[in-house]
Write a protein that binds this ligand. Structure first.
Ligand SMILES: Nc1nc2c(ncn2[C@@H]2O[C@H](COP(=O)(O)OP(=O)(O)OP(=O)(O)O)[C@@H](O)[C@H]2O)c(=O)[nH]1
Length: 561
């Protein structure tokens, strides 16, 4: 029985708690209503309460104020807000909205805007704040006249001074962090652009800087400077900033994704769009042309579709930069989608989105900065490979004929300028044709490779060495006199011919013949090489497998060492 009573008591208690909770379900603390358009009431009659029944209640807490024509709003308190709490009427999303507010008993309205003469510099631009020094009693009415060029819905609430202060501090900290980070990333990008002479960085810097300025204008940070305020209020500023940011980001993406060489047709479209944007910037600097917005939006649409196509193509081609782009933009796109969802009423409006949007912009900028650095590193690697391929022989890895000519020319000029000696050694493999004929061309290639390698191992790091053509090689020995060069040549010959070359189990005895000459005063490189060649010919003529130095000035009379 006891158990039964306890159970019954339990159920009754539960029912009571449920009923009290349902009974205490929050009645909206404020009721917001709009004056239906076209009622023709004057401000005096509205403020006198004569139009009260013409106001239509707004069902949700989020109120969309739309249009440059002022709209009347009526806010009615459904509970008391005592004076001691220092309550304030707070309106969120104040950007590009101007309001006039009549509190109970006011004859003159308080005006609020995010910047300009009506800006309330005591508060952040997170919301418009209307102090209610006398508190608010249940049934009190506040009238507002509002105009807006922004579609973001605003929420009206009554908040304590302490809450407003706390939110102002949080907002200020977040904005400072985001704007500083965005500016630092922009400056970094510009710094890289200047020091590395890469236009891509400059475009990125311009895009980020334009975004930072737009954010500072929209967020009201520019209120601190009267000059900036006048610039920010100028209608041209918004058009110019948006067009510059769009143009810079289009140019950046073209560079980043290498669109001109890889997708030339899309590059043509984007070039045309860039010209239109440039023209719009030029026109908008002096004059707000009525067709600017329309032309700008159409061009923007074409550019967006083209860039989107280019990104898809780059992703399809597994272009590394496209993945960087995806990574950098995904957070921004997600937050932007949540925001649009909220504006359209598909999703609830989250307050954090206003903080997250500039934050993801900064993260995106940083991601692209990393992406640019990665791209440049890749470009440099490709350039180095291409340069190496152009100057180095594919088979032996030593200098090609043309690179050899350049290096020898420089060495000869340096020798003439400093008076330091310079010698050259010409050599070729003895009976190389036979090596090819007896063992095959592939074995001949391997012999060439090993001869080059053995020679290289005997030379100093600053010596010049390359393949002059066929089986003929040339060595430049800066600082070496003829006697020293002949000695070095002997060492090389010993290294190459000292031990047989083993290829596929076969041992090949390889001999080389060498001709050495030292650069004489005023002598040209051509004449020096001719004398070394004659000395080489002398080695061949005298039985091969030897070094001959050219001791006479005339190229016709070489001497055997
Ligand atoms: N395997 C191979 N052979 C080459 C290459 N370039 C040139 N040759 C061959 O090298 C040979 C050069 O022969 P020559 O220098 O004219 O004559 P040699 O047989 O070496 O005779 P001597 O120079 O008089 O001792 C030719 O048979 C060319 O076909 C190459 O890159 N690889």
């Amino acid at each position: 029985m006891d158990r039964f009573v306890r159970r019954a008591m339990h159920i009754v208690c539960l029912l009571l708690v449920t009923l009290t909770t349902v009974g205490a379900a929050p009645v909206p603390a404020l009721e917001v209503s709009f004056l239906a358009p076209g009622t023709g009431f004057t401000a005096e009659r509205i403020l006198a309460g004569e139009a009260a029944e013409h106001f239509e209640s707004v069902p949700s807490a989020d109120v969309v104020i739309m249009g440059k024509e002022p709209q009347w709003l009526r806010v009615v308190a459904h509970r008391d807000y005592p004076q001691q709490l220092a309550p304030n009427l707070v309106m969120t999303q104040p950007y590009r909205k101007a309001i006039e507010v009549w509190r109970p008993g006011d004859h003159v309205p308080l005006r609020r805007a995010t910047y300009g003469a009506d800006a309330d510099l005591n508060h952040s631009t997170l919301f418009h704040v209307i102090p209610l020094p006398n508190g608010l009693r249940r049934g009190d009415v506040i009238y507002l006249r509002a105009k807006a060029v922004d579609v973001r819905p605003s929420r009206f609430t009554i908040e304590s001074a302490a809450y407003v202060h706390r939110m102002d501090m949080t907002f200020g900290r977040a904005r400072t962090f985001v704007l500083t980070s965005l500016s630092i990333v922009a400056v970094l990008a510009l710094g890289f652009g200047v020091s590395l002479r890469q236009r891509g960085y400059a475009y990125l810097a311009l895009t980020l800087a334009a975004q930072a300025v737009t954010l500072a204008i929209e967020g009201g940070e520019v209120r601190e400077s009267s000059w900036l305020v006048s610039v920010a209020q100028d209608h041209r500023t918004n058009i110019l900033l948006n067009t510059i940011a769009t143009l810079a980001s289009v140019r950046f993406l073209m560079f980043f994704l290498s669109i001109p060489p890889l997708q030339p047709r899309i590059a043509k479209v984007l070039n045309a769009c860039s010209i239109v944007f440039l023209a719009l910037i030029a026109v908008s600097t002096v004059h707000v042309w009525y067709a600017s917005a329309m032309i700008g939006n159409v061009t923007l649409l074409v550019a967006i579709v083209s860039v989107f196509k280019a990104i898809l193509h780059a992703l399809h081609m597994r272009q590394r930069e496209a993945f960087f782009l995806l990574l950098a933009w995904t957070p921004l796109m997600i937050v932007a989608a949540i925001r649009v969802g909220g504006l359209q009423g598909w999703l609830p409006i989250f307050d954090w989105v206003e903080f997250a949007l500039p934050f993801t912009m900064t993260v995106g900028g940083l991601g692209l900065l990393f992406g640019m650095t990665d791209k440049l590193r890749q470009l440099r690697r490709e350039n180095e490979t291409a340069r190496h391929r152009a100057t180095h022989d594919g088979l032996t890895g030593v200098l090609t004929r043309s690179a050899l000519d350049d290096a020898m020319q420089a060495a000869a000029e340096a020798a003439h300028a400093t008076g330091r000696p310079l010698s050259v050694v010409f050599f070729d493999i003895d009976h190389f044709k036979r090596v090819n004929d007896d063992n095959g061309h592939a074995t001949g290639d391997e012999v060439l490779r090993i001869v080059a390698l053995r020679t290289l191992n005997r030379l100093r790091p600053f010596d010049v060495f390359g393949r002059y053509g066929g089986d003929e090689m040339l060595v430049g020995l800066p600082g070496a006199t003829l006697d020293e060069a002949v000695l070095i040549a002997e060492h090389v010959r010993g290294a190459v011919s000292g031990s047989p070359i083993s290829i596929d189990g076969r041992r090949l005895e390889i001999g080389i013949s060498m001709g050495v000459a030292q650069l004489r005063e005023g002598e040209t490189l051509g004449a020096l090489l001719r004398r070394a060649d004659i000395a080489l010919y002398q080695s061949k003529a005298q039985g091969r497998g030897r070094v001959t130095g050219c001791y006479l000035e005339t190229p016709t009379q070489p001497f055997t060492a």
